[in-house]
Design a protein around this ligand. Structure first.
Ligand SMILES: *[C@@H]1O[C@H](CO)[C@@H](O)[C@H](O)[C@H]1NC(C)=O
Length: 518
């Protein structure tokens, strides 16, 4: 039973990867880092080919996540290849994302085991059910956002804090040291905002005697120094800038220079009134119940709440900055749900409570279904490039220019399937896929300039550029974002219609253009 639930958690994260295989611009730094490490290796000359020198982004980011993911994906790629599951490079992107999803799912399963020990079986099971029926965490778990790398050590730290007997008052000294070291590492390497979680946790630890000040200081300094050394050595090398500590630079750039405000400022209460409800769905009311019921729930919740309060003081807000508290809220919610469902079934109140829990889980499921269906069609760039690759597979000498919108919505390097680099040792099952095409992502080129240069044979362009004169020299294929839906026929369509209580409104976003006479 419990093993089945753990498999359900893993399956949920995998299904989201398979349903929405393409990626967006926020994920692309790490995704392309993985691509480059896999394809070129990490040698000094290999660095010249790396994507981040062409598209560096606003601030440098760490390579530690991409490097670890690339190396840990390699065995999985070899196995998939032996099984004949790798047709071309785009399959590697899916494998890499599945590996990340698996890592995150495994830590969530560890937390489930700790909960089973501390709160009992029912709470641990509701924990899994609540997590699986939410949308954001399972959907993003397999996406290469820096926050999803950070989530692994943060959740592991949560596991170390919670993994103890039902009546134990504090985590063992060793487990607390581990949790602390992991959070320091995360803050130094992946996401500096984790410092705001670390601070309240350290205060709580001192107040309740989990540790002494001397030991806290020692573990913090040791882990901090080691993490700083790791990120400085790794990232100075990959960025060819000495010395570089990306997270520290990010803090300087975003907080001290106030650059993050340029991305938009939200009011103080946004996390509480918009982000958390969206992330937690029906875990939110249940978590309030759990919080009131059990002091063992309040213990991890207090630093999590303090974290959200503290980070609310930064003007620029995004849901992913607070994603780390979702597992903590889910613990509280699971406790609330198991309390409700364990009321005596012989009374009306008891049966009502049970129905409320079932109803809340169904609500989660419904919202997640709607959001998943919408998100699947939210990657026109990926759909367009993959259609393009199939459309012209028989053709050599293709030079396609990919618009900014397409690059940002799924046209990742892994989708350059008909151009080098090919993974060393990877035998492409479909030999016709191995061409020498040029995928051109040069930015700020007007349609006119593009049609004037003779080398570009095709465009993947934005819909609103369609009305310009340049188009005259190109034939046009328009691409609906919901292309998949068109490909499915007959029976599938009718099932589709039945399953969609609301019709999704789609619009054409991208067009594929071919030069006349090419
Ligand atoms: C991409 O296209 C532009 C405009 O035609 C051209 O100047 C540039 O050299 C091309 N880049 C590559 C890598 O071929």
């Amino acid at each position: 039973m419990d093993l089945l639930l753990e498999l359900l958690l893993l399956a949920t994260s995998w299904i989201h990867v398979l349903l929405a295989p393409y990626t967006k611009v926020e994920e692309s730094f790490n995704l392309h880092a993985v691509h480059d490490v896999l394809m070129y290796g990490v040698g000094h000359e290999a660095l010249l080919n790396y994507d981040h020198f062409i598209f560096p982004g606003a601030v440098p980011r760490t390579f530690i996540g991409g490097l670890s993911l690339a190396w840990s994906s390699y065995p999985a790629i070899l196995v998939a290849q032996k099984l004949g599951c790798v047709r071309d490079k785009s399959d590697l992107q899916i494998i890499v994302r599945l590996v990340l999803a698996t890592a995150n799912a495994m830590i969530l399963c560890l937390i489930r085991r700790a909960l089973s020990r501390r709160f009992g079986g029912p709470t641990s099971r509701f924990y899994v059910l609540l997590t699986c029926t939410q949308f954001h965490l399972p959907f993003w778990m397999g996406r290469t956002l820096p926050n999803m790398f950070a989530l692994i050590p943060v959740n592991l730290a949560l596991y170390f804090c919670v993994n103890r007997g039902p009546t134990s008052l504090r985590p063992s000294q060793r487990n607390f040291d581990r949790a602390l070291a992991l959070l320091v590492f995360t803050a130094a390497v992946f996401r500096s905002e984790v410092v705001l979680l670390l601070g309240p946790l350290a205060l709580q630890a001192l107040f309740y005697n989990y540790t002494t000040f001397g030991r806290l200081f020692k573990v913090g300094v040791l882990s901090g120094t080691a993490s700083a050394a790791a990120t400085i050595l790794t990232d100075s090398y990959f960025w060819q800038r000495w010395p570089l500590w990306p997270e520290l630079y990010g803090v300087y750039f975003n907080v001290i220079e106030g650059k993050s405000a340029e991305w938009g400022v939200s009011p103080f209460h946004t996390y509480f009134t918009a982000c958390l409800p969206k992330l937690l769905l029906s875990s939110l009311p249940l978590s309030i119940l759990g919080f009131l019921l059990d002091s063992r729930v309040r213990e991890p919740m207090l630093p999590a709440l303090a974290f959200v309060l503290l980070i609310s003081s930064l003007g620029h807000k995004e849901w992913r900055f607070v994603v780390y508290v979702v597992p903590v809220f889910n613990i509280a919610a699971a406790k609330g749900a198991s309390w409700l469902s364990s009321r005596r079934k012989s009374t009306v109140f008891g049966r009502l409570c049970f129905l409320v829990v079932i109803g809340l889980l169904c609500c989660n499921g419904f919202v997640t279904y709607m959001l998943t269906a919408a998100s699947m069609h939210n990657y026109p760039g990926g759909e367009a490039l993959s259609t393009f690759n199939n459309l012209y597979v028989a053709q050599e000498n293709v030079h396609v220019h990919i618009s900014n919108l397409a690059s940002q919505t799924g046209a990742s390097l892994f989708l350059h399937t008909h151009a080098p680099p090919y993974l060393p040792g990877l035998e492409v099952a479909d030999a016709s896929a191995a061409h020498n095409w040029t995928y051109n992502k040069t930015e700020h080129l007007s349609p006119k300039a593009l049609s004037a240069t003779s080398e570009v044979t095709h465009l993947i362009a934005e819909m609103d550029t369609f009305a310009v004169e340049a188009v005259e020299s190109f034939d046009r294929w328009s691409l609906n974002t919901g292309l998949r839906g068109i490909v499915k026929q007959g029976l599938m369509d009718s099932i589709d219609a039945l399953l969609h209580p609301l019709r999704m409104v789609k619009s054409e976003k991208l067009v594929i253009l071919e030069r006349k006479g090419a």
